[in-house]
Design a protein around this ligand. Structure first.
Ligand SMILES: Nc1ncnc2c1ncn2[C@@H]1O[C@H](COP(=O)(O)OP(=O)(O)OP(=O)(O)O)[C@@H](O)[C@H]1O
Length: 249
């Protein structure tokens, strides 16, 4: 395995292409996409429906294999990895948060966060889980079950679970999509502080220009191609870029 932990990019996609067979034709969901995420930076991926955002996230996280091109996760070229090595790399290097929080209803917040640590054989799971929940402002809710928490609090538990393993990169798929604007704001503030204060790298798919404006960079996809990038853009600029892309379809 070619691994260089000192790599300044937590994630690098080089010319990644992924097609799907649809009937007798081929649909190119990702078309030679090259994208890098520097350590300690936050990248948002936007684009019209069907532009390839989920496919990009799945290829980047090793959940799907590109037809061609290369994906480096934490300096490791994942193309050459077998299923077991890929599973281990995903467990050790990646954190995930989704629109739906995917918490285990029968477990408390602390048990939900400790679960992946326990599965990884960590004997310090309970302490690390409590620390992650404190970090995300949920110190008073360790013993609460998901149904006793608001949507925003549940997403913060999911976030604590994702970062408790100190992943090199956090993948977020519409992390604020199910939240009201106040809860979304709290989650976005927390993501920002994970980047600024803890050097977390984040790749986030979102439809929301306000959420994307909190990222350092925004990458825009259209028809599977990376067509534009913005750095430090405000929500209005991002929304206008997205509208242009949708209009150009
Ligand atoms: N498993 C699959 N089999 C066939 N086609 C697929 C598959 N997954 C995605 N596609 C197609 O690939 C293209 C890109 O899909 P993808 O889900 O990546 O887009 P997206 O930008 O995430 O869309 P949305 O914003 O609607 O979630 C679409 O045309 C989609 O229909």
């Amino acid at each position: 395995m070619s691994r260089s932990p000192a790599s300044p990019t937590a994630l690098q996609l080089d010319e990644v292409t992924r097609s799907y067979r649809s009937g007798i034709s081929n649909l190119t969901a990702l078309d030679h996409v090259t994208l890098g995420c520097r350590r300690g930076s936050w990248t948002a991926v936007m684009g019209p429906s069907g532009s390839g955002k989920s496919t990009l996230l799945n290829c980047a996280a090793g959940l799907d294999r590109p037809d061609s091109g290369r994906v480096f996760l934490d300096g490791t070229d994942i193309a050459g990895l077998g299923d077991d090595a890929l599973t281990r790399l995903r467990r050790d290097v990646i954190g995930f948060v989704f629109q739906q929080f995917n918490l285990v209803a029968a477990l408390t917040a602390a048990q939900n966060v400790a679960l992946p640590l326990r599965l990884a054989g960590r004997t310090d799971a309970d302490g690390v889980a409590a620390e992650a929940l404190h970090l995300l402002g949920l110190g008073a809710h360790l013993a609460h079950r998901p149904r006793e928490l608001s949507g925003g609090q549940q997403q913060r538990v999911a976030l604590a679970r994702a970062v408790a393993t100190t992943p090199s990169i956090l993948f977020a798929d519409e992390p604020t999509g199910a939240l009201d604007s106040a809860s979304a704001g709290i989650v976005l503030d927390l993501l920002r502080s994970l980047v600024d204060e803890h050097g977390q790298t984040i790749l986030m798919v979102t439809h929301d220009p306000l959420a994307a404006s909190r990222a350092d960079h925004v990458a825009f996809l259209r028809d599977g191609r990376l067509v534009s990038t913005l750095a430090g853009a405000d929500a209005a600029t991002i929304a206008a870029t997205l509208t242009d892309l949708e209009g150009a379809r």
